[in-house]
Design a protein around this ligand. Structure first.
Ligand code: DON
Length: 578
């Protein structure tokens, strides 16, 4: 069971089990970012090993991580190298102009969280986004980037190889060019064909040769980015925050009307934080604390589930789906009500208590959906972006790293820093846009996540590590905005509660509910469960269908220590083994 190679696959409208192999399976083209067609193929690719391993979205970055592990680097060294490599090879989400969260689990020691979420520039006022004139594609949507100092902090705490050696492969990739595969070609063509991509510098950097569309087999060369990475390699992270790259960022702000100043960059500090630890069944689940909402929302959901008899009818029953949706609805309402940057807002401690989760769970009706308006009639939330990336790494000694980082939307605000070759995030749109205004149209105006100078915007990124008796058994996480937390929940439950294999746990259809809009989103169901949507509708649930997440994960057998490395193939996915 542990190493089997079975994953869900849907071909031509038929769902069926198929045998997958270590040879890449090409998923059906997924043109729209999140819609699913009847030919959708949620599959995963798995390999089993006793060695160090990497699972991530990009083949070039997986190879960089593999090579670092093989040279004797540990998992944090590999994570730093993979993060820089993804900034070159997966530019829609890999970044140096954004931010994220990295969980590190050193064997025999406490799990820790490096938080490098962006901050609001000092010039950002509470109503920056209020009148709608600052869109997601405006340079004023950029927060102060955290990635470079965040990676440097993790490296200073745990790294063993020299900093510059970890950036060298990314420089090489940028200079020689990344081999464009189908997923990268699709991603680049999509952003270039979008009329909202207006900055000439962005187009200059990412245009395909001779003005045609990108094709598999092309090379994406990024010489400006190579120069920027070389400066970071040679001069350290301060090159980005106080040195020549900071100057280029400030020049770009002047040119395009942005808010980030030299003082904002100089003042940026990543944090090392204590993760949220959740006791679930016989495991400890670790996930990021605020300013990520991931850990607390996951704690609410897992602890509500522990208080319910929710799975006796099996994984694909309407009853199980119903309970999951109800649990998600309640946890996400509390997320919206209470969570924000802990340096600016008080996070109520009861949110992670088992007693509070039991009380919430007691309000769930067995046969009937609770309308979201009834759960928290005074609050409402708005949609958010869909591009981020997650990678999981373990080294031969069992040091585990789970990292999710992002530019917020695909290619961030689609503004590159002139002469520096990298893109800026549009993370400011993760703040609540209109203070005090909560509407049925989806705005939330509650204070915890309103803009303030220097404040971190609330995130859903949930890089997660599960331990059993102190030993890492699972490393996972995903992109997908607010769906991230539910993708992680699905992977955990598939494995811990339903005993699915590593590969099935990642491939199996997921579901999402985020309180508002009052709508559950389902991935296409396994064979023989066509009646499930109708059963859920009869209970009062509103349904849509869509693809969800991209959860590159590593599972460790607690008995043998053997690792099963799983690349999710919903977008693209690759495995590197030492
Ligand atoms: O931090 C967050 O929660 C969002 N900025 C993440 C955006 C995202 O995941 C988009 N991804 N696919």
């Amino acid at each position: 069971m542990w190493c089997d190679r079975v994953a869900w696959q849907r071909v031509g409208g038929l769902l069926g089990f198929v045998l997958t192999s270590v040879v890449a399976i090409t998923p059906a083209a997924v043109e729209a970012e999140n819609e699913v067609s009847s030919a959708e193929v949620p599959v995963a690719l798995a390999r089993s090993t006793d060695k160090g391993a990497v699972a991530c979205v990009s083949p070039a970055a997986a190879e960089v991580g593999r090579a670092i592990l093989q040279r004797g680097g540990n998992a944090v060294d590999a994570a730093v190298a993979v993060a820089f490599a993804l900034a070159v090879s997966w530019p829609e989400a890999g970044n140096i102009g954004g931010g994220g969260f990295m969980l590190v689990a050193p064997p025999g020691q406490a799990v820790t969280c490096f938080e490098f979420r962006e901050t609001a520039p000092r010039a950002a006022s509470v109503d920056l986004l209020a009148d709608g004139s600052v869109t997601a594609w405006d340079v004023r949507a950029a927060g102060v980037p955290g990635t470079v100092r965040g990676l440097a902090l993790a490296h200073a705490r745990f790294g063993t190889l020299p900093w510059r050696e970890l950036i060298a492969p990314a420089i090489d990739l940028a200079e020689r060019g990344v081999l464009v595969n189908a997923a990268l070609a699709r991603s680049l063509n999509r952003v270039l064909e979008d009329k909202r991509t207006t900055q000439p510098e962005f187009r200059r950097l990412f245009q395909a040769p001779n003005g045609r569309r990108w094709q598999e087999g092309d090379r994406l060369v990024q010489r400006d980015l190579a120069r920027t990475l070389l400066r970071i390699a040679q001069d350290g992270p301060d090159a980005f925050y106080t040195g020549s790259i900071a100057q280029l960022i400030v020049q770009e702000m002047r040119r395009s009307g942005g808010l980030i100043t030299a003082d904002d960059l100089k003042a940026y500090r990543p944090q090392e934080r204590v993760p949220i630890a959740i006791r679930y069944r016989d495991c400890e689940v670790y996930a990021p604390p605020p300013p990520s909402s991931g850990g607390i929302t996951l704690a609410l959901m897992l602890q509500m589930l522990e208080a319910l008899d929710w799975k006796s009818q099996g994984r694909w029953s309407a009853e199980t789906y119903h309970y999951l949706i109800e649990v998600m609805r309640r946890a996400y309402a509390d997320r919206a009500r209470h969570l924000g940057d802990p340096d600016f807002t008080r996070i109520p401690p009861h949110l992670t208590s088992k007693e509070y989760a039991r009380r919430l769970a007691a309000g769930i009706r067995r046969d009937k959906a609770t309308p979201s308006a009834e759960v928290a009639p005074d609050l409402e939330i708005r949609p958010e972006g869909e591009s981020t990336t997650h990678f999981s790494i373990i080294d031969r000694n069992g040091l585990a790293v789970s990292t999710t980082y992002t530019l917020e939307n695909s290619y961030g605000c689609r503004m590159a820093v002139g002469g520096a070759g990298f893109i800026l995030n549009n993370e400011m749109t993760d703040f609540n846009p209109r203070p005090g205004i909560t509407t049925v149209g989806g705005l939330i105006g509650t204070p915890p996540n309103q803009i303030a100078p220097g404040k971190r915007m609330l995130s859903s990124m949930t890089p997660t590590i599960v331990r059993q008796r102190g030993q890492t058994v699972l490393i996972t996480g995903s992109p997908g905005g607010r769906t991230i937390i539910n993708t992680v929940l699905c992977v955990l439950l598939n494995h811990l509660d339903f005993g699915m294999s590593a590969e099935q746990s990642v491939a199996a259809p997921r579901l999402h509910h985020q309180w508002l809009p009052d709508m559950a989103r389902l991935e296409p169901l396994p064979p023989g469960h066509d009646e499930l949507p109708a059963q859920l509708r009869r209970k009062g649930h509103h349904l849509v269908f869509g693809r969800q997440g991209d959860a590159h994960s590593i599972f460790v057998d607690p008995q043998t220590g053997r690792r099963t490395v799983v690349a999710d193939r919903r977008i693209d996915g690759a495995i590197g083994i030492e």
